[in-house]
Write a protein that binds this ligand. Structure first.
Ligand code: NAD
Length: 486
């Protein structure tokens, strides 16, 4: 199991020799201790990335793509090992890491491998006599900070477009879940990525992350994580005015109308909030139900939630595993008391299961019914915790959906197409799913508005976010009389 920093093509200890314990969320046992990068390690990594940039950015785009395609093949060739590692480190059930995280990671690298030589510039129709063309040029060294909720998949979301576009990278995985990302570093070396093109510096946010965000030679910082840390990143980035891309929290409104297919909506709502123990920025954490179907819906939904199989994430039968850290479990559980203090009703869960799961960071699937201004309807809980809100009309649904500072994912369940399209255009969110939820694809832009951040991952949007438009003017045959006649 790899546990060192990856700098300039080599696995090395941190200069200060510090380490961070990585724990198994199923039982709190020690998996390994990883090298803890600090500012001087980040500096070394940035220097390596700077040295690698000229050759990497000038390499044929198809050649860069070929390496990403090879990496995708290696991810698939090592799929079972990666799935087991991700499950051990994060607590994601093995059926999800096998069926979703690993295939999506390979798919993302493959998409951007194919994209490398598809991103084209343009020619602008300007005044006669001039040729004006626009190139998409890489930015340089980019810093990327990845959270703990989908560490493997987010590594591909971040690296794929950055590398395809010709940038070199210093990536900081979360100190809680660095293991699959470091395995990807090994596979990148095996694929033949030149030294220094990608460097990985696991370490704490306030040391390694902070240095990366403020580093004067980093041209862009891409961050996924909490809104509070996102603000710190913006603050740290201002020294050299680096570009910032933020993928932050959410409070997704998942709205079920009275004409919805209830079976599909109940299943979709459970997927929206309980997949990955609710640790997803796009989770449907506000379940909005039309008055006419609310009771019938909740009867089925609470029965489904109560029947979800919690357990050791390595067992193929497990449907929900532990949360990723003890601290986070405590934060999620604290929202049960917060909800109760404001008069909310707990309809399911609200506790940490005991027995053989008591040593792990488990939380039972939790459903509370609250008012739209209550804290549990406004703040991101980021766990298997859904807040039910009732509404009586489309206008009321829209008003409640838009009454948060976040704007990331949203969902609508209805058979009325006109209503669906009208509301999809009116909900303040970067993504809207109609009669489905949490669909992602490497070709489709992913990101938010408001306190959910700015910039987009995936697709051409991501390629644009990792390049600068460079405009070149050529005087082909324009007469240019002197402006200052003498
Ligand atoms: P966080 O934002 O603190 O951590 C995410 C990443 O940022 C980690 O790699 C961390 O080391 C790094 N980081 C922390 N402080 C930093 C700093 N000052 N400068 C640079 N990097 C820094 O998230 P957290 O504390 O682990 O989780 C808290 C909450 O964040 C969660 O409860 C959830 O609401 C939210 N969250 C959202 C996402 C998402 O996908 N949008 C992911 C993780 C967490």
């Amino acid at each position: 199991m790899q546990n060192k920093l990856f700098i300039d093509g080599r696995f090395v200890d941190a200069a200060a020799r510090g380490t961070i314990d990585v724990l198994n969320p199923h039982d709190g046992s020690l998996i390994t201790a990883i090298a803890a990068a600090e500012a001087q390690d980040v500096d070394r990594a940035v220097q390596a990335a700077q040295r690698a940039f000229p050759a990497w950015s000038r390499m044929g785009a198809a050649e860069r793509g070929r390496l990403l395609l090879k990496l995708a093949d290696l991810i698939e060739a090592n799929a079972e090992e990666l799935a087991q590692l991700e499950t051990l480190d994060t607590g994601h059930p093995i059926r999800d890491t096998r069926g979703l995280d690993v295939p999506r990671t390979a798919g993302c690298f493959r998409y951007f491998g194919g994209m490398a030589d598809k991103l084209q510039g343009s020619v602008i129709p300007v005044e006669a006599g001039f040729l004006n063309y626009v190139q998409r040029a890489p930015i340089g060294v980019v810093g990327q900070i990845v959270p703990w909720n989908f560490p493997l998949m987010f590594t591909s979301w971040k690296l794929g477009p950055a590398l395809a576009a010709g940038n070199t990278v210093v990536l900081k995985p979360s100190e809680l879940t660095p293991l699959s990302t470091l395995r990807v570093a090994e596979l990148m070396a095996e694929a033949g990525f030149p030294d220094g093109v990608v460097n990985m510096v696991p370490g704490y946010g306030h040391t390694a992350g902070q240095r990366l965000a403020e580093h004067p030679d980093v041209g862009k910082i891409a961050f996924t994580g909490s809104t509070a840390t996102g603000r710190r990143i913006v603050e740290a980035s201002k020294g050299n005015l680096k570009r910032v891309q933020l993928e932050l929290g959410g409070k997704g409104a998942n709205i079920v109308f009275d004409d919805a297919n209830l079976d599909a909506a109940v299943n979709g709502a459970a997927w929206a909030i309980f997949h990955n123990q609710g640790q997803a920025c796009i989770a449907g954490s506000r379940l909005m139900l039309h008055d006419r179907i609310a009771d019938a819906f909740l009867e089925r939904f609470t029965a489904l939630a109560n029947s979800i199989r919690l357990g050791d994430p390595r067992s193929p039968d497990t449907e929900m595993g532990p949360l990723t850290s003890a601290q986070h479990r405590d934060k999620v559980l604290s929202y049960v008391s917060i909800a109760a203090e404001q008069g909310a009703r707990v309809l399911a869960g609200g506790n940490a299961p005991g027995g053989e799961l008591s040593a792990g960071y488990y939380v039972a699937p939790t459903i509370v019914e609250a008012g739209p201004r209550d804290r549990v309807a406004q703040e991101e809980v980021f766990g298997p915790f859904v807040t039910v809100l009732r509404f009586g009309s489309d206008d009321e649904a829209l008003a409640i959906a838009n009454a948060t500072d976040y704007g990331l994912g949203s969902g609508l369940w209805t058979r009325d197409l006109a209503r669906a399209h009208k509301l999809a255009g009116a909900i303040h969110a970067g993504m809207c799913w109609i009669n489905c939820y949490k669909r992602v694809n490497p070709g489709s832009p992913f990101g938010g508005v408001g306190q959910s951040g700015y910039g987009r991952e995936m697709g051409f949007e991501a390629m644009h976010d990792y390049t600068e438009a460079r405009s070149v003017w050529v005087n082909v045959d324009a007469a240019m009389p002197p402006h200052f006649k003498r």
